[in-house]
Each structure stands twice: as C-alpha cells, then as structure tokens.
Design a protein around this ligand. Sequence first.
Ligand code: UT7
Length: 330
Amino acid sequence: MSGRVAVVRGLGGALPEKVVTNEYLSSIMDTSDEWIRRRTGIGERRHSDDSENTSVLATTAAVRALESAGIELGSASSTAVGLLIVATSTPDKVCPATAPKVAANLGLNGIAAFDVSAVCSGFVYALATASWAIGSGAVDSALVIGADTFTRLLDPTDRSTAVIFGDGAGAAYLTAGTRDEPGAILASTLHSDGDGEALIQVPHQGAFFEMQGKEVFTQAVSAMSDSVETVLANVGWAASDVDSLVAHQANLRILNTVASVTGIPESKAEVHLDRVGNTSAASIPLAMTDAGTKGHRSAGDKVILTAFGGGTTWGAVAMTWPEISVVDPH
Ligand code: UT7
C-alpha cells in the first residue's frame, strides 16, 4: 500500500443568518416543540435567504477551511488547491455545476472543479473521491465542500419535512501526507441502491422535496451501521477505540441507534442537529466544525464519519482528528 494519503488540514462551516425555531414552526403548522424534540432531537434550524444561495454558503465555508489551515485567500490559495468538489443536491442552477462558481469566487479559476450529487451522503462521497485523487498522486490538495439549501424545495405545509431540514455548508481542506499524521483519511467505503430512488426525491423540476421517513429511518440505521463496521475492519479498530462518531445529522434516534448497533458508546456520537437540523451534504462537515469549536477533540483521535441519503447512497470514512483550530460559524 502506498504511504501517501490525504490529510485534513482545515475545517470550516457557514450558516445562514435566519434562525427558525420549533416554536415558530408550531405557529404555522400542526406540530409542537415537544414532538419535534422527542422524535428528532432538533431544536432549531437555519433558513437561507436570496443572498445566501448554495455557492455563497459554500464559498464562506471554504474560506474558513483554508483559514483554519493557515492559508489566506489570494495568490497563495491558487497554488494551494488542486481540486474543488462541491457535494450538493441543491445547486444554484440546474446546470452548470456549482463547484466552478465557488472556485472562481475563491480566485481558483483554472482548477478542476465539479459537483457530487448524493444528497445527504454527498460529503462522504466527495471526501472519499478527493482522498483517492490525492492518494493516487493525481493532485496534491483539495477543497471538499458539502453545501445544501433544501429549505427552498420544501413544501411549507408538510410538517414531516419542514421541521427537519435546514440550510448550511461545511468544508474540509486536504493535502497529501502520511497515515500517521493527525487528520489522515485511512479508509472509506461507498455504496448505492437506485431501486430506492423514490424514498428521498424531488420527482421533477418545480416539485417539492419528498421523503418516506419511516422507511428511510430503517435503511439509514442498517446501511450506516454496516458501513461503520466495514471501515472499522479496514483500519483494524474496535468499536471501543472510536473517540468520535460523526454520523449524518438526520435524527438523534438514528445517531443513538447506529452507535448502539455498532457498539460505539452513544457518548461518542457528535450531536449538532439540535441547533441546525438536517443540513444534508453539509451536516457532517458542520458537525465536525462544531466538535472542533467545542474543543472536545484532540489531534489524532480516532474518528468515524458515516452517512445515508437519497439515491439511495451511503458510506463511511475512518480518519484521525486533525491538528487544527476551527472558527465557530454560529
Ligand atoms: O437526510 C436523509 C436521511 N433522512 C433520515 O434519515 C430521516 C429518517 N426519518 C426520520 O427521522 C423520521 O421518520 C421522521 C422524523 C421523519 C418522522 O418521525 P416518525 O417517528 O417516523 O414519525 P411518523 O412519520 O411515523 O409519524 C408518527 C406520527 C403520525 O401521526 P399518526 O399517524 O400516528 O396519528 C404523523 O402524522 O407523528 C405525526 N407527525 C407529526 N406530528 C407532529 C409527523 N410529523 C409530525 C410533526 N409534528 N412534525
């Protein structure tokens, strides 16, 4: 096995200004703070306005990830980033992709830039892809951004989705390094099953987002648990070795069930959904950013990321916690 791997050197997040509380949603639809907290763990979420589209949030998160790695925007950054991937299912436009726009916003015109559309699994897909590109020697560095503004596609009267989703972006900056460095990406596994495409979908242009919540819940638990076990076996870690489980922030009950199925203590599951809801592709990098700003992670900690989303798609990544400081996006 080659000694060259991708290493996370910076993390950053971005959130829209507008906070939407459970109390507010209870005033416009038949729901309650009690139901939302008990069934999902969510307390509030952010809604983007017209000035905070996916590329804007993605750009802010990317700037913060570069700054967290000690790189200021400007002449240095154009040589510091070889590849930019935006994981999003809510691009600014149906076409072209959002990634070239984000690259241009950062002054990175000319670099390889593309979108990954894997809904809530998008960040795990993009991170694994970037790690393959760096590990192979094709590029020396990458920005991986998860950014979504799903609230624009929600039926405002559908309480089964409106209480869950929020908008945001999170980013990781990676460069080539070695497996023993804090932040190293050590293993990844990615999967899909297109027979489940109707479980989470926007069926056509102009339609609202739809989700079959109960079935998604069941599949998410089993797919994420299997993926976690796959990457644990690949890196030779026991569940009890894991310091931090960063699972897609869809539902607190899902986070706790994945922990219990895989044998990882519930206390190791990072919880960020209470403040931002389900931010789709942004949820894992935002939860990592949150863990970094809470200061309860140390360089070299053993970290497992896992997600399940539309497609259906799912996967996991095993990595160590990077040696960085992170800015709080709240
Ligand atoms: O991001 C991609 C991955 N997504 C996920 O992983 C989401 C997975 N699914 C879930 O998190 C849960 O299924 C939901 C949070 C979406 C729904 O929770 P649930 O416990 O599965 O609720 P349910 O759909 O089975 O509904 C139970 C009851 C129903 O009432 P009846 O039929 O029992 O009278 C619903 O009408 O709760 C009702 N309900 C609500 N009540 C108050 C559904 N949504 C609400 C609501 N407020 N917002």
